[in-house]
Design a protein around this ligand. Structure first.
Ligand SMILES: Nc1nc2c(ncn2[C@@H]2O[C@H](COP(=O)(O)O[C@H]3[C@@H](O)[C@H](n4cnc5c(=O)[nH]c(N)nc54)O[C@@H]3COP(=O)(O)O)[C@@H](O)[C@H]2O)c(=O)[nH]1
Length: 704
């Protein structure tokens, strides 16, 4: 029992009868032995007695204390504010009831030391029960008080941290009663901060029916394992919610902590990134990655249910020309239109993907027979029936289409795509108007192409390349005016290989620049040798591929070839195709101007097959247009070829350019060209390419 209460009880007992000497001695013993301080005063608050506990806590001896006013030996201060506190002496006397000292009381002892105290002030009555003074019982609670204060501060810090979180935090007890909600959670659920403690979570949270149905908190209480999930709220927000078990000091689960972060922005960004990773930015179609994923799934279904499946690859014909002539903006707009039409033409279940550039892949599943597949392929081709209107131009487009069916064309995604590509390549070579199904023959051709590539690489290193020359003649006199140098490859096993076979391979495997430079050097050397022999050969024209222009070292290699051979620059002409000229940038234009400045002439090869404009031609330092053989072939019977030929010749005249007609094979073509105003031509009618033209057969006519 508390010493103060014991003393008071004894005191009260004494009050009912006069105290005996024994009582008084007993009382003194008790008061002396208890650790609490006890001070008795008269009604004027003068100290009439104090026990050793009080002596020790106040620092006053009985001699100093007795007779003093209580507040002199028992001065109190508020522990937090430091202000002086008064004992409620008057109130205790008035009410005749005991009062506890208020919280945060600090007693300042005689030496000025402060200690936290707790205690009671009670009335003191005489034997008749009449109030005759006060009794103050108190004890030192400094250690307790310090601990309580530390606890309070730590709680305060905890609250501040918890409330500063943007995430919702809710603590639940094992009965799912809410113990704590931080400010973010109170705000999210619009809960009154004063009235949530102890309430069941379903009474407070609008989304609780869902929580309770599966009751993840109960599961966490049972398993002790945290549980996380994304929650999409009806207002569109996305919460990342994790429920953690909360353990007591002994490690027992005593509740759960529900932490929910609003990750709407991050979630949207992640979704956008995921969309980006699986879709083509320009058209919004699935990209190769997503296509592969869907093809993998489709293959599994096809194997399981023995269904048919086809991989269809499309490559737009002449897209590059459109891109080069109308610009990349128009090219992009065209790709978007193509993507849109393909998507609308096919079923929602069919995947249309863009591989990049002008290549598209379609995945067709679940068709019953080959006729059904052919019907879908017709639909794909129909996509291109109407012209595409881009920036006011009506563009007529077609696509080369390759088809690889499962299981005939392969059993893996890679095989099917590779073989659809081969089939597409074949479709392109056949004119790009018809779809082409993959077959074994294609695989064989692909393999031989790979071998050819390796052979060509070696051939270039081992100087297997030779140059043939084809004369260009004056249409009126038939005299040789110049030569065109044409590459030939003398394969050690296969013999002479035509450029139509190895030039595309050289272009595809990036050997064309090396090949072009070898031809340039050899042609310059050979023509200079003939010149030194006194043979008139006019200029020699050498073909320059687009890759040579892009390398930006045309001037350097021409200068080297001229210097090594001694051929004057005025005896060299460079033939550049119309389509590669349309890709040139400022730097290439400068190189061409430099070459022209040296006296090298420049001709546009295959003229009429590109989309160059008059304004464009005017910018280039060219001297000659070579009318493409495809127009000459149908002269003079085909009206379109006639019209185009006349237009090209008229335009060249207007621009002060020379026209050389390519591929003239018969007199009718020659006569028409003469009549139309062309001045020079090249073709089998006069001579085929040869290592050494029959110079003697040509009347020498200097037009150099
Ligand atoms: N980048 C480089 N390309 C080159 C080089 N050497 C050749 N080529 C290009 O390869 C293509 C095929 O060339 P080739 O088989 O040599 O054919 C040329 C002539 O033989 C052919 N021609 C000429 N007259 C006639 C004819 O009356 N009938 C007929 N059927 N064919 C004829 O035309 C080709 C010349 O073409 P062009 O260069 O456009 O003037 C061809 O595209 C070559 O350009 C090289 O070193 N680099």
């Amino acid at each position: 029992m508390e010493h103060g209460r014991l003393a008071r009880r004894l005191w009260r007992r004494l009050q009912h009868r006069p105290p005996t000497r024994q009582d008084a001695a007993g009382l003194r013993n008790i008061l002396n032995s208890i650790g609490n301080g006890v001070i008795a005063t008269d009604l004027q608050q003068r100290v009439i007695g104090l026990n050793p506990g009080a002596e020790q806590l106040t620092g006053f001896s009985p001699q100093e204390a007795i007779g003093a006013v209580l507040r002199q030996i028992f001065p109190l201060r508020h522990a937090l504010s430091g202000q002086r506190l008064e004992l409620p002496l008057a109130q205790v006397v008035r009410d005749g009831a005991a009062l506890a000292l208020e919280e945060h009381c600090q007693l300042q002892d005689r030496q000025g030391r402060l200690r936290a105290v707790a205690g009671t002030l009670a009335p003191l009555r005489d034997a008749d029960g009449v109030p005759c003074g006060l009794v103050l019982s108190f004890h030192d609670i400094s250690d307790d008080y310090r601990l309580r204060q530390q606890l309070r501060q730590s709680e305060q810090r905890f609250k501040e941290v918890v409330n500063s979180l943007n995430d919702n935090l809710i603590l639940l007890d094992p009965e799912l009663r809410v113990q704590l909600m931080n400010a973010a959670a109170l705000n999210s659920y619009a809960v009154d901060p004063e009235h949530y403690r102890g309430r069941k979570c379903h009474e407070l949270f609008w989304d609780c029916p869902d929580i309770c149905a599966n009751c993840p908190s109960l599961r966490v209480l049972q398993t002790g394992q945290p549980e996380g999930a994304l929650r999409q709220l009806p207002d569109g927000r996305v919460l990342d919610r994790t429920i953690y078990p909360v353990r007591d000091a002994l490690g027992r689960i005593c509740g759960t902590a529900v932490v929910a972060s609003d990750i709407t922005k991050r979630h949207r960004a992640e979704q956008a990134l995921e969309h980006q990773a699986y879709h083509d930015q320009l058209t919004g179609l699935p990209n190769r990655r997503l296509y592969l994923d869907r093809l993998e799934q489709a293959l599994m279904r096809a194997r399981r249910h023995r269904q048919m499946l086809a991989v269809v690859m499309l490559d737009l014909n002449r897209f590059k020309d459109i891109n080069d002539s109308l610009g990349h903006g128009a090219g992009d707009a065209l790709l978007v239109l193509v993507a849109d039409r393909l998507r609308r033409q096919l079923r929602a279940e069919d995947t249309v993907a863009r591989l990049g550039g002008d290549e598209f892949l379609v995945l067709l599943e679940d068709f019953a027979c080959l006729d059904d597949l052919l019907a879908v392929l017709d639909k794909v081709r129909l996509t291109f029936a109407a012209p595409f209107v881009v920036e006011g131009h009506a563009l007529h487009l077609s696509a080369s289409i390759g088809v690889a069916t499962w299981p005939e064309a392969g059993d893996s995604c890679e095989e099917l795509i590779k073989n659809a590509d081969l089939a597409m390549y074949r479709s392109k070579r056949d004119g790009g108007q018809q779809h082409c199904f993959y077959n074994e023959e294609m695989a064989r051709l692909a393999l031989s192409r790979i071998r050819l590539e390796a052979d060509l690489r070696r051939g270039l290193n081992q100087d297997e390349l030779t140059v043939y020359f084809q004369p260009k003649v004056d249409l009126v006199t038939g005299a040789l005016v110049s030569l065109e140098a044409l590459a030939r490859w003398c394969h050690p096993r296969k013999g002479m290989i035509a450029p139509a076979e190895f030039i595309p391979v050289a272009e595809a495997c990036h050997l064309i620049a090396e090949l072009g430079e070898q031809v340039l050097r050899k042609a310059c050397h050979q023509v200079q040798r003939w010149r030194l022999e006194g043979i008139y050969c006019g200029r020699v024209a050498v073909n320059v591929a687009a890759a040579q222009l892009r390398h930006n070292r045309l001037c350097a290699s021409v200068a080297a070839a001229l210097q090594e051979s001694g051929l004057p620059p005025g005896c060299l002409c460079l033939e550049i195709t119309e389509t590669s000229l349309m890709q040139i940038d400022h730097q290439v234009l400068q190189e061409l101007q430099t070459l022209r400045g040296w006296g090298v002439t420049l001709a546009i090869d295959d003229f009429g097959t590109g989309y160059s404009s008059l304004a464009y031609l005017k910018r280039l330092p060219i001297t000659t247009l070579k009318l493409d053989k495809s127009f000459v072939d149908d002269l003079p019977s085909d009206d379109n070829s006639v019209a185009i030929t006349r237009a090209v010749i008229g335009m060249a005249r207007a621009l002060g350019l020379r026209v050389v007609a390519e591929g003239v094979e018969n007199a009718a073509q020659r006569d028409f060209l003469l009549e139309a105003g062309a001045t020079q031509a090249q073709g089998y009618l006069w001579a085929r390419p040869a290592p050494r033209p029959d110079f003697a057969a040509f009347a020498i006519h200097c037009r150099c």
